[in-house]
Every structure is written in C-alpha cells, then in structure tokens.
Design a protein around this ligand. Structure first.
Ligand SMILES: Cc1ncc(COP(=O)(O)O)c(C=O)c1O
Length: 365
C-alpha cells in the first residue's frame, strides 16, 4: 500500500464539476484580479472567522509583509516571534529591516512560550508575532495581556490554522491582525497561491487594502508606497467552494488524529491539544528520538511523512547576522530533531490509516 503525505487529487476530484463551473463564470466575467467573486469570498471568510474585515492577497508571505507594513514596522524595530516555524514568519521581519527576537517554544505544543515573552521586550519592541503551529492556537490570552500591558501590537500567523479556535473563538479576530495562507497543501488551499489578512481594526484594514494595490485609493492616484499582492478571482472562486466544506475537512483531520493518538501514544509522543484550543490538525506531528530511523523505515514502506521543521530559524545560515548560537533555544532545537508529521489529510482512508499505525508499531516492536 502507498500512503502519500497528502493526496490533493483525492481532495479535488469530487469538486471538479464545481471548479469547472467556477472557471466558466470567472472567464465569462472578464474579471481576473480581485473582482466580485473575490469580494464575496472575503465577506464569507470574515463571517466564518467572526471578524470585521478580510483582505485577499497574493500569498501568506505577502499577507505577513503587508500586515507588518500596515503596523508601521521598519528599521530599528523589534518583533518577538518563535524560532520554530516556516521561514516566511521571520523572513518578512528581516526584509523590512526590522529585527526578529526569538522566544523559545513550549515542549508540548511547539507554540511560543508566553512566559518567555516579557524578558525579551525592549524599548524597540513593537509587535508580538505568535504562530498557531500545526493548526493549534498559541496561548493568546497571556500574549494579548502582555501586548496590552506594554503597548505592543499582535500579528498572528495562522497560515496553518484556518477554522481553529481558542476559548471557543475563531482564530482571525483575536488580536490586532491575523494572516492565513492558501498554499495548495494548507487545510484551506487554493489551486495556486493565495493569502488572507483579517482584522477588526478599521484603520489597519484601510492600510492593508491600500498596500496590496500600490497604495492607490483610486486608479493612478497613490498615497503611500505599496506593493502588488492581490488574490486572483479564479482562486477566490475555487476557495469559496472549499470554504463551504472546511468544517467537514477539519473534522476528518481531527478524526484521523484521534485514531492515530489512541494507539501511537504507547510508542511516540503524540500531539497535545491544550484545553483552550480546538486543534484542526493541519499537521499531525509526533515526536520521537528515533525520528530519522523511523522516517527511513516509513519511507521504505511507501508512507510519505514531513519534517516540520528540521532546522530552527536561529540556526539558519540566512540569519547568521543575528549571532545566535546553538543552545540559545533548547526546546526548539530538541523539537527540530524529534518531530515528524504523519499523513492526516481528510481523504486518508481507514485502511491507509491502519497501515500507517501498523508500520509505526512494527518499527518499535
Ligand atoms: C507558518 C507559516 N507562515 C507563513 C507561510 C507562508 O505562506 P505562503 O506559502 O502562502 O506564502 C506558511 C506556509 O507556507 C506557513 O506555514
């Protein structure tokens, strides 16, 4: 049996007729960038995410950059974030000339440890940027409280957490600004690139909307230096079809996760869901100190796995100027050596799931 890490064709095949109809509509409308379908998608996202504003952009990385620019971040500023995330979270901070300041993660959830934030705050700190890793929200109440106390803004990277909740509230309207990615393998994925910014703040909404279209409030009239990062109409139309089913997709991921954990807890460290959170399992990430051997064994048995992530950001060559040494963030470094994501996509069959479980058990027996 073969089990891929993710099977996008199995995900898309049942939707093909709706995709064809959407394409027909969009091509006939002659609107390819933003457009009415994109506006409708933004509205549907805002309603679903229980937030006032949603802004469709080119991808999740641009969503981060536009949000930071709207928050006024530039040279001399510091942004507190996690060293255990995808490069984009940190790359945008550096690209704007600001400095990322890392705080270590909690060993159970791999999310930023809120208890380590206050000692990292300096006079230059402007933003706290937590990541809702693997589909589970970071500790938002303590983070928002620290931000309030120190007059800081929050930007949440929810690229992996569409539909996730914290204390029964959807991620997307908790802090000042939140971003999502619609990269095809994300739990809500486009058929290409796409991203979203959400906020309840009218001023930040206006700024983000302007920045995504060359700082132009009307055609050929520019009030600030922006960039070009707009969601394609076609992608918005495709995403709308999947948005209608996102709860079902997230539930299937959760069912797979629960089935895995019920057995695998006796062999490996299984994901911990915090009682405040509804984890949507964008990734089902286990931990074991035999990670590399298990990876090889599963690959030999035609099971696709992912390592999210093999190198913590403070040890990436690209950030050598930060002069952070091995040992600076021990929990992130340990996680990088131990984590492995198993196939958890919604269309995973019970036979495939049982096969993965059997192979993990076989490895440890
Ligand atoms: C945590 C995180 N942040 C940001 C991004 C960037 O999103 P995109 O690939 O849409 O630019 C991703 C996804 O790749 C991600 O996983």
């Amino acid at each position: 049996m073969k089990v891929p890490q993710i099977d996008l064709w199995a995900h898309h095949e049942p939707l093909m007729e709706e995709f064809r109809q959407a394409m027909d509509r969009v091509v006939r409308s002659n609107q390819f960038i933003l457009g009415q379908e994109e506006k409708d998608f933004e509205k549907a996202c805002a309603e679903y995410l229980e937030v006032k504003h949603a802004i469709g952009v080119g991808n999740g990385t641009d969503a981060l950059a536009i949000s930071l620019r709207a928050l006024g971040i530039g040279p001399g500023d510091e942004v507190i974030t996690t060293p255990f995330t995808f490069i984009a979270t940190c790359e945008v901070i550096v690209a704007l000339g600001a400095k990322p300041v890392f705080v270590d993660i909690k060993p159970d959830t791999c999310n930023m440890d809120s208890a380590k934030i206050e000692p990292a705050i300096t006079a230059k700190t402007k933003v706290i940027l937590p990541v809702h890793l693997y589909g589970q929200a970071a500790e938002m109440d303590p983070i928002l409280e620290i931000a309030r106390k120190h007059g800081l803004k929050t930007l949440e990277d929810a690229a992996q957490a569409f539909g996730s909740t914290y204390k029964s509230r959807k991620v997307g309207g908790l802090g000042d600004v939140t971003i999502f990615s619609f990269f095809p393998t994300k739990n809500l994925g486009a058929l290409g690139d796409g991203g979203l910014i959400t906020t309840n703040d009218d001023d930040l909404y206006e700024k983000c909307r302007l920045i995504r279209v060359h700082g132009a409030p009307k055609k050929y009239y520019h009030t600030l230096v922006g960039q070009n990062s707009r969601l394609d109409t076609l992608q918005a139309a495709f995403l709308r079809i999947k948005l209608n089913r996102i709860d079902e997709y997230n539930q299937k991921r959760t069912d797979n996760a629960q089935a895995y954990s019920g057995v695998l807890k006796d062999f490996v460290g299984v994901p911990v869901t915090h009682s405040d959170c509804n984890h949507i399992f964008h990734q089902y990430t286990i931990r074991t100190n035999k990670r590399d051997e298990l990876k090889q064994f599963l690959n030999q048995n035609a099971i696709g796995i992912g390592i999210h992530y093999p190198y913590p950001l403070h040890l990436q060559p690209v950030f050598k100027d930060l002069e952070l040494e091995k040992g600076s963030f021990p929990e992130a470094e340990k996680a990088a050596n131990e984590v492995m994501s198993l196939p958890v996509f919604p269309e995973l069959t019970t036979e495939q799931r049982a096969y993965v479980i059997d192979k993990v058990k076989e490895f440890f027996s």
